[in-house]
Write a protein that binds this ligand. Structure first.
Ligand code: ATP
Length: 268
């Protein structure tokens, strides 16, 4: 059975070709609180798209609607060709969602966990190859609690890759990681995009969004207040006359840290 919505089934899907995600007029309220206030955006195939915004802006609610985990009150969203607002179950086999590492059973090894996730999708997978994809092959027989922070995040991405998703959702993937592990994770995200997948990234780190994202949407109070490539948004700010009060030095403390401790990952 095809899981892709046929154009005749949905007016929106006829406009969704070339786009991994099409969102139109999405709304969600919790009681009297409007969490998502009529947002619309499109994410191109193979794009790394960032969702930025202060705490409580409505990012998680938006992403959970796209993942089919939460029902919108109004509007439409097509993800990987599936109308998630009509059929939230069908999208789940087409997307990957990175879970927090604390969510994993600790009595199973990494290779057993990958096999368990694959079984949930009714798939047989080459678990060592998936672990190799995220540079964890040597940890195949380890348990999650023995991994470093960066390894845990890479493992959670590995579990999100078992169904070869068209769209991968990464929720603050580098929070708490050291500078070397953050860069390592950025490289992994870029290589996953090279495999032909689309990535939706939620982050509070602007340097991360600037490095990784082709485009970002800035959400505040449930509305998109800006959406473009990072460089275009920066140029627009400068064109409005913005200037930093203090001229930046050509290096920062992170450069000092990386120069002192090296760029190599610290995870034996
Ligand atoms: P953060 O950066 O802190 O993760 P966010 O941008 O992801 O924030 P959301 O989690 O989507 O924001 O929350 C948007 C608003 O909706 C917030 O005011 C939040 O308190 C509220 N909210 C979220 N989930 C619920 C819920 N299940 N019930 C009631 N209110 C909720």
């Amino acid at each position: 059975m095809s899981v892709v919505t046929r154009p005749e089934e949905s007016g929106l899907s006829t406009q969704s070709q070339g786009f991994a995600i099409v969102v139109d007029g999405l709304r969600k309220r919790y009681g009297s609180l409007v969490a998502v206030d009529g947002i619309s955006f499109r994410v191109k195939e193979r794009e790394i798209f960032g969702l930025l915004g202060p705490n409580g802006a409505g990012k998680t609610t938006t992403v959970e609607i796209l993942e089919g985990l939460r029902k919108a009150d109004a509007g439409r969203a097509i993800v990987a060709g599936v109308d998630v607002t009509n059929d939230p179950q069908r999208v789940k086999s087409l997307i990957g969602v990175q879970l927090q590492a604390s969510a994993f059973f600790d009595y199973l090894t990494l290779v057993e966990l990958i096999e368990m996730f694959a079984a949930l999708y009714g798939r047989q997978v080459d678990a060592p190859a998936i672990l190799r994809r995220v540079d964890l092959e040597e940890k195949a027989k380890s348990r999650v609690k023995t991994l470093s922070g960066g390894q845990k995040q890479r493992f959670s991405i590995a579990t999100a890759l078992v169904n070869e998703p068209r769209v991968l959702f990464l929720d603050e993937p580098t929070t708490g990681l050291d500078p070397q592990a953050r860069r390592n994770l950025w490289e992994l995200a870029q290589s996953i995009r090279k495999d032909g997948r689309t990535i939706v990234l939620t982050t509070h780190y602007m340097d991360e969004a600037e490095t990784l994202c082709d485009r970002v949407a800035v959400i505040d109070h449930g509305k998109i207040i800006a959406m473009d490539s990072p460089i275009t948004l920066i140029d627009q700010l400068l064109a409005r006359g913005f200037r930093r009060r203090r001229v930046e030095r050509e290096a920062n403390l992170e450069d000092v840290f990386l120069d002192l401790t090296g760029h190599e990952l610290r995870e034996a």
